[in-house]
Design a binder for this molecule. Structure first.
Ligand code: AMP
Ligand code: MN
Ligand code: MN
Length: 329
């Protein structure tokens, strides 16, 4: 078992990062570890979180205002550097800090991550990296701030304890966490369910314009640059759309894409047991979990859908949903 505090013994400066376009699990993990280390280590230890600017809804977490989002300055030296909820290649600018650090630690729960640190703690069977971290924490140093951050990660990656990655252990830990007294109901409402009016409009538009194919087992929706500019929205406004598409009865694979450059899309997929999502995106350099994964793809919208569909169809055939010709059996 990885002993986080032992690995940080004597460290003067500790860095913490997670993946680009950070989600609830990523922000929760970074800020929970930040506060945990502050509680446990001597005051002289400097601890810094480097992340892409996280959505404002997470500002209710202690440490949110201290996240460093600009990594263009001189290279700070780190004795220990943690990469959470990601492979080191997907953390963006802070990758240079990680590369230069004396000791590199990678903690993750993505099945696609083979470990990119000197020390790797990979738990693909666990629903959120926050839950992985909580297992590693010495509970003497867990306070309300740490608990709240861990809880946020758990609810985001388990869909408020709905997805199949929720286990009896997850709920046992969640019950310990809410005993710290934070307003869990408000956290779920404000960070998971609540959407701005514009975000809701975008969601509505995506559902309206979605297209079904492969006999209704697949559904796709896309947002191009023009639409993003028209509404003034970006990646942080699309949270939940792909899940909503997946909720449609009969869907085994939902695909949601948005423009991230000229002829380049960020692609998210959500699936049932009938499609291994991580396997599908592995053909495009992406990663994730069995039922939720993502990748970047180049080409026109139609190219991307055509290219990814080949592997989705393979999965549907393998799982007996379609026959070997891709038709309904
Ligand atoms: P998303 O569709 O972006 O919400 O991501 C679904 C899951 O797949 C999350 O756990 C992500 O961290 C992971 N993921 C998304 N895109 C990538 C990628 N390009 N490489 C590795 N993992 C990814
Ligand atoms: Mn994540
Ligand atoms: Mn995660």
């Amino acid at each position: 078992m990885l002993d986080i505090l032992k690995e940080c013994e004597g460290a003067g400066h500790i860095g913490i990062s997670g993946h680009i376009r950070p989600d609830g699990d990523c922000v929760g993990a970074c800020l929970s570890l930040w506060k945990y280390l502050k509680n446990a280590l001597p005051e002289s230890a400097e601890i810094t979180v480097y992340l892409d600017k996280p959505p404002k809804t997470f500002e209710l977490l202690n440490g949110y205002d201290e996240i460093v989002t600009d990594c263009s300055g001189a290279l700070p030296a780190h004795d220990v550097y943690f990469v959470l909820d990601s492979v080191p290649d997907r953390i963006g600018d802070p990758k240079k800090y990680f590369d230069a650090a004396v000791k590199k630690i990678n903690i993750d729960h993505h099945i696609s991550n083979e470990g990119g640190g000197d020390i790797n703690h990979m738990r693909p069977e666990i629903g959120s990296v926050c839950e992985v971290l909580y297992d590693l924490y010495d509970k003497r140093y867990v306070d309300e701030d740490v608990a709240k951050a861990v809880y946020i990660g758990m609810i985001h990656d388990t869909g408020v304890f709905q997805y199949s990655n929720t286990t009896p252990d997850t709920l046992r830990k969640a019950s310990e966490l809410i005993a710290y007294g934070f307003d869990f109901s408000r956290i779920i409402e404000e960070t998971f369910y609540q959407k701005s009016y514009i975000q809701s409009q975008i969601m509505g538009r995506c559902l309206m314009e979605s297209v079904r194919f492969m006999h209704g087992h697949c559904i796709v929706s896309v947002i191009d640059k023009k639409t993003m500019d028209f509404y003034g929205v970006g990646s942080e406004d699309f949270e939940g759309i792909v899940n909503q598409l997946r909720n449609i009865k009969g869907t085994d694979c939902a695909i949601f894409m948005y423009s991230v450059g000229v002829l380049e899309y960020k692609v998210s997929i959500r699936t049932t047991d009938n499609v291994d999502a991580a396997k599908v995106v592995s053909h495009f350099g992406g990663g994730g979990h069995a039922k939720a994964a993502g990748c970047n793809m180049k080409g026109t919208y139609h190219d991307c859908v055509n290219n990814i569909s080949v592997y989705i169809e393979e999965e549907l055939i393998e799982h007996g949903v379609l026959d070997k010709n891709g038709e309904k059996p």
